[in-house]
Write a new protein. Structure first.
Length: 415
């Protein structure tokens, strides 16, 4: 994997630091940032890692393209699903790029956070994040000085909605000839007609969630989706599994209703897919499109893949520290995020290879990414910490914290 990205670095030192950073990311450290990783890997200071993220010359977008190719080489499948979703990183201050009080699913409420849109590639052999886009609220795009201070490029200072960012990521995947047949996403993306049009224009199908109050074009005219279940006969509901979960297959009752095309020139097949939880009666609605006729089971299978991106978020945050960065500027955020995604992809791909070469013995569950990371850290990641280096790092942290405290006191005196 390091060999794959090495041409993106003009000098050896930044490449070495990138490798050290990713090795620290896949380690068992509780907190992962430049300080803790440098200490864990035996560095004297975090200066090299901080230089890698802020000032070294390398292109994070080019490494992102290498990441995408790495995942496709391992998991590529013509029936794969491109899954869109956003996640937030909770923040205390207001200086980190893109931060403001906004809703984030991470907390389930409005909090001070950064929000970014991600794209996961999900195929039968495995899944991993392959693209990212930081969301900039209008409080940032309407403040040129704030954007300049955070190092945001001129072409990124205009406001873009989350569906717009998602459409750009899907377009990049299609342009790179990523093998896929479907796009899946939640209500934020299902509600955007421009995104739906763009996906159809790429020749892909979609299964996108929509809110209960949305109207869809039926043969009887535009109708709210929550009024349609009461019109369905009992025989319209069929039980299908949305895929295996931690407690076995996730069975729901499903119904589908043919919809009129959004564009009169469109020759594809449109449906509203309704999912019913028979235990609670809860209903969910998904707007679907396929360039060719498909079965209900096919749409249900695609809908069930949407949760793969939640698994990707959980693994990338919990295992490689995707959300543990301590950076404030645009370039540093993209560099940390890209390398964290690459570290997560390495774990996902290596786990799949191990599953193929060592079939699961009877009586054991299949090898998980979490377990592989634990074994990789315990067996292969040698640390270089000595008593001398531990004491040196203790002095370094205390010195840094002393300077930070003195600076804080000086700021308070001048206010």
């Amino acid at each position: 994997m390091i060999d794959r990205i090495s041409p993106r670095f003009a000098r050896y030192e930044p490449l070495r630091h990138a490798a050290e950073l990713m090795l620290g990311m896949v380690s068992g450290l509780d907190r992962k940032n430049c300080w803790t990783i440098a200490e864990h890997r035996g560095g004297a200071t975090p200066d090299g890692l901080q230089h890698l993220l802020s000032r070294a010359k390398w292109d994070a977008d080019a490494v992102r393209d290498d990441l995408r190719d790495y995942v496709i080489d391992a998991f590529g499948d013509p029936g794969a699903v491109l899954i869109l979703d956003e996640t937030g990183d909770l923040k205390k201050g207001v200086q980190s790029v893109g931060v403001q009080r906004q809703y984030t699913g991470t907390a389930g409420r409005i909090e001070n956070a950064q929000v970014a849109v991600y794209l996961t590639y999900a195929a039968p052999r495995g899944h991993a994040l392959i693209d990212r886009a930081l969301y900039l609220p209008t409080s940032w795009t309407e403040d040129p000085d704030r954007c300049d201070e955070a190092g945001i490029p001129a072409n990124r200072k205009c406001f873009a909605t989350k569906p717009t960012l998602a459409a750009a990521m899907v377009a990049r995947a299609v342009q790179a000839k990523v093998p896929a047949a479907w796009v899946a996403g939640d209500e934020v993306y299902g509600a955007d007609p421009k995104l739906r049009t763009a996906i159809r224009g790429h020749g892909l199908g979609y299964v996108l969630a929509v809110a209960a109050n949305r109207r869809v074009p039926t043969p009887a005219g535009p109708t709210r989706v929550d009024r349609l279940p009461t019109l369905l006969p009992k025989r319209a509901w069929q039980k299908h599994s949305a895929g295996a979960g931690s407690h076995g297959h996730r069975y729901y009752s499903w119904a589908w209703i043919a919809l009129d095309a959004e564009d009169p020139t469109d020759t594809g097949w449109h449906h509203l897919l309704i999912r019913r939880n028979d235990a609670t009666g809860e209903l969910a609605y998904l707007r679907c499109y396929a360039p060719r006729p498909v079965t209900l089971h096919t749409l249900v299978s695609v809908a069930g893949q949407r949760w793969r991106i939640e698994e990707s978020f959980q693994a990338a945050k919990g295992l490689v520290g995707l959300d543990q960065h301590q950076v404030r500027r645009w370039t540093s955020w993209h560099r940390w995020t890209t390398l964290a995604m690459l570290a997560h992809a390495f774990l996902a791909v290596a786990t799949a290879i191990e599953r193929d070469t060592a079939p699961t013995p009877t009586g054991l569950i299949m090898l998980t990414v979490n377990e592989f990371r634990r074994l990789f850290d315990a067996l292969l990641l040698a640390t270089h910490r000595t008593l001398e280096s531990l004491l040196a790092w203790s002095r370094w942290r205390r010195r840094h914290q002393y300077r930070a405290r003195q600076s804080h006191y000086r700021r308070r005196e001048t206010q």
